[in-house]
Design a protein around this ligand. Structure first.
Ligand code: GDP
Length: 353
């Protein structure tokens, strides 16, 4: 019988089943569950659902975005009840080793810890500085810890937004301590600072130029400096660096938190100094809860994120608008050829919105 599916002679027959089908079937698309199912899983501390929910908020598909927004709103009433700690330092300072050791210290004392990251390098180089799979093996196997590498792709703003939403989801899943790690070399610390309660900067003793490429601004926003690798022959030098930094911290203008930043030494490989660091974090939280700064900072951060969200929304509404998509290249050409100026062109395009 003739069939519309008849394959003519000489044309190789395509496989009847998509060779990638089994891969596709195994991998559920990001937004394949109902918002209520995600929420229930998260509230039941189901780590695998939490991980899938974070994949949903990282998705750029418009239908996933809508669901993600709903999920974040649904998680919001259950979020906020954690201590959010930003951790930064140049590559090699020992961030992942420190997070392993300090993180273990935290889970051993009965807390549940989520480790998130903001690594804007991952979009450009593909080789993420923070994404190495062999990192933090102990914590990765700790049932009281959850580790999630940095979202990749998109602008720093986009990556930061996803991490901020992941924080809310982790809190709704009962994690009471959140670490957000970033590499202390660029803009990402400011993003981390805008979503954490406490900011910890890891440094090394005697690494030359005093501030080791860490910008003054990063030091200024830190609540605690930890001189890592204070072990072996390095102990003396670490102690000297500690007093040096301690002196430098005093030169900064006083923070509205009422907290005076300090410097401590630690060895992440030997596990020394961890108790003091935890004491410092606790003292900061106690002080700022008492003087109202903790809540004030969270409120300001919430406003900041609302504005970020509006900005992002407006930007994508503009660039995704079909009329603008059509007009934009033409207008760019006009600007290029000097037929109109940048400001007039922008204003005309904006009118199309
Ligand atoms: P990151 O790039 O900041 O995440 O740094 P890593 O945690 O990967 O550490 C870089 C190197 O420093 C590794 O070889 C670690 O073993 C080593 N390291 C980290 N912390 C310490 C420490 O406290 N003492 C010593 N001696 N070495 C450390």
């Amino acid at each position: 019988m003739d069939s519309a599916l008849k394959v003519n002679q000489g044309i190789p027959k395509p496989p009847e089943i998509n060779p990638r089908a089994s891969d596709i079937l195994k991998k559920k698309p990001a937004g394949s569950r109902e918002v209520s199912t995600y929420l229930e899983g998260i509230r039941n501390k189901d780590i695998s659902i939490l991980a899938q929910a974070i994949t949903l908020i990282e998705s750029t598909r418009e239908e996933d975005r809508e669901k993600a927004r709903e999920l974040v709103s649904a998680c919001l009433p259950f979020s906020g009840d954690s201590i959010r700690i930003g951790i930064t330092g140049v590559p090699g300072v020992g961030k992942s080793t420190f997070i392993e050791t300090f993180g273990k210290h935290i889970t051993d004392s009965g807390h549940r810890l989520a480790v998130l990251a903001i690594d804007p390098s991952s979009e450009r180089s593909k080789g993420s500085i923070l994404g190495d799979k062999t990192r933090m093996e102990t914590l990765a196997n700790d049932p009281h810890a959850f580790i999630r590498p940095s979202p990749s792709g998109g602008s720093l703003g986009g990556v930061a937004r996803k991490t901020r939403e992941a924080v809310l989801l982790c809190e709704a899943a009962g994690f009471d301590t959140i670490f957000i790690e970033t590499v202390g070399v660029g803009q990402s610390e400011t993003a981390v600072h805008s979503m954490t309660d406490f900011f910890l900067l890891l440094m090394l003793a005697g690494a030359g130029d005093g501030l080791q490429g860490i910008k003054r601004g990063i030091m200024e926003m830190s609540d605690l400096l930890v001189i890592n690798k204070a072990d072996g022959n390095n102990v003396e030098k670490a102690l000297q660096a500690k007093s040096l930094y301690q002196g430098a911290l005093h030169l900064f203008p006083p923070s509205p938190s009422g907290w005076i930043p300090t410097a401590l030494t630690a060895s992440s490989t030997e596990g020394t100094g961890m108790e003091k660091i935890l004491e410092s974090v606790t003292a900061y939280i106690n002080l700022t809860r008492k003087n109202g700064y903790f809540e004030e900072k969270r409120a300001q951060q919430a406003i900041f994120w609302m504005r970020e969200s509006i900005n992002n929304h407006l930007i994508s509404r503009f660039y995704d608008n079909p009329r603008i998509k059509k007009a934009l290249p033409k207008m760019e050409q006009k600007v290029k050829e000097g037929q109109t100026d940048s400001f007039k062109a922008a204003s005309e395009l904006l009118k199309l919105l």
